[in-house]
Design a protein. Structure first.
Lengths: 285, 328, 390
């Protein structure tokens, strides 16, 4: 049982991160390699907010807003000129962003590890089927489920979601209908950034905050997104749960084997069904 | 070709003019990465395929070279060639799998395979590859009694490969195969309809590019006398993509300029500040936004504008008479 | 056009190097190769602080001013090799570094080939003074073997009957686990389980659960860098410390600050600690605090001590011959080490001295909020591996 709960919590953390990435790709066609850096910024922003206000809950709200702002700046000035161009330029640009954000973090917070504690309400533990699980992990599962539900609802069932999906398929038509496509794009990117930051905030009480935490998480994030399908929230949930459970299983059983299996799964999915299991975009050519 | 010859001669003169082993080492490093970048551009700039997995071919080249040369340094020179062949074989194999996909999925597949190989070299195969610690004490090639531990001589050896690589790339660009590759990049469907075997052209591009990568990997292993899984890491793939883009993809010298710019920039900056990577990042961002065709492209357009301005200058009566007067 | 760019770029680089090279004759140059960026940036930064203080205090060696040229090895062995070569070519008379053991092992052959002494104070892999040792490499900090011995002594002292081992899935983790298994067998202590976790692991909760359920008296943790902090943090949240004694071979004050109050009661080997009470250490800590406004950590302390020791030795030889320095350093003892009495072994170039054992505590100002504190010292006998026969 502890295995399942831990797998779920790891999965939820991955989902929060992957959701942002997959949204941005699915709706904007941009592969944001700097996504992990936004996650890191979220964690450090949470540290700062907690330092000033001593409240984790405030950090949960404020940190994503701050990072969302950074995301808006990034989209407006750096990414927007590149939409029409080849994917490879986005790579170079977002890689540049990774380096800049990393140095910025170093300049402000230094090289030492930083710590964020879980809020007092969730600092305890619960016994579940003979194993001890922290309340905080249970919170992650619940929180992740709520966020995924919300995201799903907004994108699939609301008018805002319709506009966003339409803009991703035919932006010219949407703009003819009088909708400011530029604003839509920026908003999607900002939401993606906020999701990344949210993942950072929620992860912060579990890990030491350090430079380079953007790199530790990015490969897993990509695996999740590819498994689930670039652009699909449903797919991201699925992919995140699969990877989360495999990581949990790996802790208990053969870790080496688990990693190999993950890669095999990734390559297998790409060969058999490259658009992922729930993809939104058709693969070109 | 003339420019290439001139460059080759100038570079060959360097070890005679300067003896500083550190500088020679650095320049050799640039040439090795230059070979890698020129090879990468065949796939990226010419055939238009964004591969994130070239580190695999590079890293495998390093290991193959190391295995052979650790048995006997006399294997040195042929080992470089064999490393190239190994790189080519792996490249074709990877391409054969990855080319079933298109666009970003192709790129992700190349990344996934390279990551798998990186992981394999670091962990399960650590008995063979020395794991993260890698293989130390890789000897320099030994032949004709030349002491390749002298950075000057090694530099000249690498220079031969560098020049050969550039020359071969030049020939490829002008050849029918090269033209076909560019045709595939510009419009794959039309190329296919014109009767070109697009898949085979792409595989050929990978094969040639893989050979370059393998050779570069071997040369790096010889230069550092050390081989480890870092050569297979995605950041190595990322670095080469960036250097090629920075310098100017699709041109002969562009990738080399990118390597020079990146490495020299890092050298100069890292001595000044710990935050040098941030400055490098800013330069990437600015280059992408304002220099879409890379540094090479920027130079070309400046040169073109300058030439155009000269040609457009009208021959006024005063200048004509001056010219006439001067000719007398 | 294009060749000109290439050439000007190369010429520029050449100028930079040439400029560096000229200064070599006028001073004693130390080539510092440490990670100042990448995962081990905090190590390199601390090492630099320690060395800079030592250099400042020494001032002159062989009647020439001492200077350090620092190069960032970015926690990548390939860059280490490149920078080591660069520094030697720029006139460095000795090398100091590197951070991660794999980096140090990559540059050891370079030092040996160019006959430049390499002083290691930041890497603990046994092979550096074991299988891979060479004539020009010396280590003044501890090694994994000794650290595992200290952990063994702790287990015996606490009369533990059964322990669990959690180690990083890397050469060092596996080596430590193997040594520990052998030691525990000899001491009659049961090993209830061994778990290897990948480097950079983000989640230890299930491993912690296994440890808690195993009934072990103690758990030995052999992890590196941020993984230690991650483990301790998550173990603290799961209240593992109340059931099982947590002890490690490499926990330090950085971990203490990253973990907070749950560090109380966690034990560890310390490669150096500011709370170790010797006159030399008190003096060093005071000087360090004055210069940097913080307490020195293990990396800074070892860097300072090792550098000071070596420079003393070089100065006493009165010669610029690196082979003379090497000979003099073997069997030497520092005049006043922060560790107290120490000795450099000629057989493997490993320095031996007391082993420090610490426990996590909460402090009040001016000490950092959370840190470790020395609780036991062990004499060097039996800590270090036997001198190799060859």
């Amino acid at each position: 049982m502890a295995l399942v709960l831990n797998g779920l919590s790891i999965g939820m953390l991955l989902f929060l991160l992957a959701a942002g990435l997959t949204l941005v790709f699915g709706l904007l066609g941009v592969v944001n390699f700097a996504h992990g850096s936004l996650y890191m910024l979220g964690a450090y922003a949470a540290f700062e907010v907690v330092r000033w206000t001593d409240s984790f809950w405030l950090a949960l709200v404020i940190a994503p807003l701050l990072v969302g702002l950074a995301g808006a700046v990034m989209e407006r000035f750096a990414l927007r000129p590149l939409y029409a161009r080849d994917h490879s330029y986005q790579l170079l640009l977002t890689f540049g962003c990774i380096l800049v954000i990393e140095e910025f973090t170093r300049m402000v917070w230094g090289v030492d590890f930083k710590a964020v504690s879980p809020p007092a309400l969730l600092a305890g533990t619960t016994e579940v089927a003979g194993s001890v699980v922290t309340d905080y992990r249970l919170f992650i599962i619940v929180f992740g489920a709520i966020v995924s539900g919300l995201l799903f609802y907004v994108i699939e069932k609301t008018r805002v979601g319709v506009v966003v999906r339409a803009a991703s398929q035919n932006s010219a038509m949407v703009s003819c209908l009088g909708i400011d496509v530029g604003k839509v794009r920026t908003s999607v990117f900002v939401v993606g950034a906020m999701l990344a930051a949210l993942s950072g905030v929620v992860s912060a009480p579990l890990l030491p905050l350090k430079l380079g935490m953007s790199f530790s998480i990015i490969i897993d994030c990509f695996i999740v997104v590819v498994l689930g399908g670039l652009g699909s929230i449903r797919g991201a949930i699925f992919g995140a749960l699969v990877i989360g459970m495999s990581r949990a299983l790996g802790q208990v059983y053969a870790a080496d084997l688990m990693l190999l299996l993950t890669y095999a799964l990734l390559i297998g999915t790409l060969i058999v069904r490259p658009e992922g299991l729930f993809s939104v975009r058709r693969r070109s050519a | 070709m003339k420019r290439l010859l001139l460059l080759a001669l100038l570079l060959a003169a360097v070890p005679f003019a300067m003896k500083n082993q550190g500088v020679l080492y650095f320049m050799t490093l640039i040439m090795v990465l230059g070979v890698f970048a020129v090879g990468y551009d065949i796939v990226f700039g010419m055939a238009g395929l964004l591969s994130f997995g070239h580190a695999a071919f590079f890293g495998i080249g390093s290991y193959v070279f190391a295995f052979l040369v650790l048995k006997s340094p006399a294997w040195g020179l042929p080992a470089i060639g064999i490393a190239g062949v190994a790189g080519a074989i792996v490249a074709v194999a990877v391409a054969a799998i990855a080319l079933r996909l298109a666009g970003i999925y192709f790129s992700l597949m190349t990344l996934a395979i390279a990551e798998l190989l990186f992981y394999a070299a670091s962990s399960p195969l650590r008995g063979l590859t020395g794991g993260e610690e890698g293989l130390v004490g890789v000897p320099r090639p030994a032949f004709a009694g030349i002491d390749f531990y002298n950075e000057g001589y090694f530099y000249l050896l690498v220079l031969c490969f560098f020049v050969a690589g550039l020359a071969a790339s030049r020939v490829l660009r002008a050849s029918p195969l090269g033209q076909a590759m560019r045709g595939v990049k510009v419009n794959e469907i039309r190329a296919d309809q014109l009767g070109f075997n697009v898949r085979r052209i792409k595989l050929a591009a990978f094969g040639i590019s893989g050979f370059y990568s393998g050779v570069a990997g071997a040369l790096l292993g010889a230069l550092m006398q050390f081989v480890n899984p870092q050569g297979l890491h995605w950041s190595t793939s990322g670095d080469i993509v960036i250097m090629t883009l920075l310098g100017g993809a699709g041109t002969l010298f562009g990738p080399v300029i990118g390597v020079v710019a990146f490495e020299v920039l890092k050298e100069i900056l890292s001595a000044r500040t710990v935050h040098f990577y941030g400055i490098v990042g800013i330069i990437f961002i600015l280059t992408t936004l304002f220099l879409p065709t890379g540094i090479h492209g920027a130079f070309e357009s400046v040169a073109a504008r300058w030439k155009a301005r000269r040609a457009a200058r009208p021959a006024t009566p005063s200048t004509r008479s001056l010219e006439a007067g001067a000719a007398k | 056009m294009q060749p000109k760019t290439v050439i000007s770029g190369i010429a520029l680089a050449a100028a930079m190097f040439a400029a560096n090279a000229q200064e070599a004759k006028e001073a004693f140059i130390v080539g510092g190769v440490v990670p100042l960026s990448g995962p081990y940036a905090s190590l390199g930064t601390a090492m630099r602080k320690g060395v800079d203080l030592a250099i400042e205090e020494k001032g002159q060696v062989l009647s020439k001013p001492v200077r350090v040229l620092w190069e960032d090895t970015e926690t990548k062995p390939q860059v280490s090799v490149q920078k080591a070569n660069k520094l030697i070519a720029s006139g460095a008379s000795m090398l100091f570094g590197d951070g991660a053991s794999i980096q140090t092992m990559a540059i050891m052959p370079v030092a040996a080939q160019r006959k430049v002494p390499l002083i290691v104070t930041g890497s603990a892999a046994d092979a550096i003074t074991g299988a891979n040792r060479n004539a020009f490499t010396f280590r003044t900090s501890s090694q994994i073997h000794a650290e595992t011995q200290l952990a063994t002594e702790f287990v015996k002292k606490r009369k533990m009957k059964a322990i669990y081992i959690v180690a990083v899935d890397q050469q060092q983790g596996r080596a430590a686990a193997d040594t520990m298994k052998a030691n525990m067998d000899k001491a009659g202590v049961k090993i209830l389980g061994v778990d290897f976790t990948p480097i950079g692991n983000q989640d230890y909760s299930l491993v912690i659960d296994k440890v808690a359920k195993s009934g072990a008296d103690g758990v030995l943790v052999v992890t590196a860098g941020a993984d230690s902090s991650t483990f301790l943090k998550q173990a603290g949240q799961l209240k593992l410390g109340s059931k099982v004694k947590i002890f490690g071979v490499g926990f330090d004050d950085n971990d203490a600050m990253a973990v907070g109050k749950d560090i109380a009661g966690v034990n560890s080997v310390a490669r150096y600690h500011f709370s170790y009470d010797t006159p030399a250490n008190r003096k060093f800590v005071e000087a360090y605090r004055k210069k940097y406004n913080e307490y020195p950590d293990a990396m800074a302390g070892n860097a300072y001590d090792g550098m000071k020791w070596f420079l003393e030795v070089v100065d006493k030889t009165g010669s610029w011959n690196s082979e003379a320095w090497v000979k003099a350093f073997e069997n030497s003892a520092p005049a006043a080490s922060v560790f107290g009495p120490r000795q450099m072994r000629a057989c493997d170039h490993q320095a031996v001295g007391v082993g420090l054992w610490t426990e996590g505590v909460q402090n009040s100002a001016p000490l950092p909020a959370y840190s470790f504190k020395v609780t036991d010292t062990f004499q060097p006998t039996g800590l270090y591996p036997e001198c190799p026969k060859s």
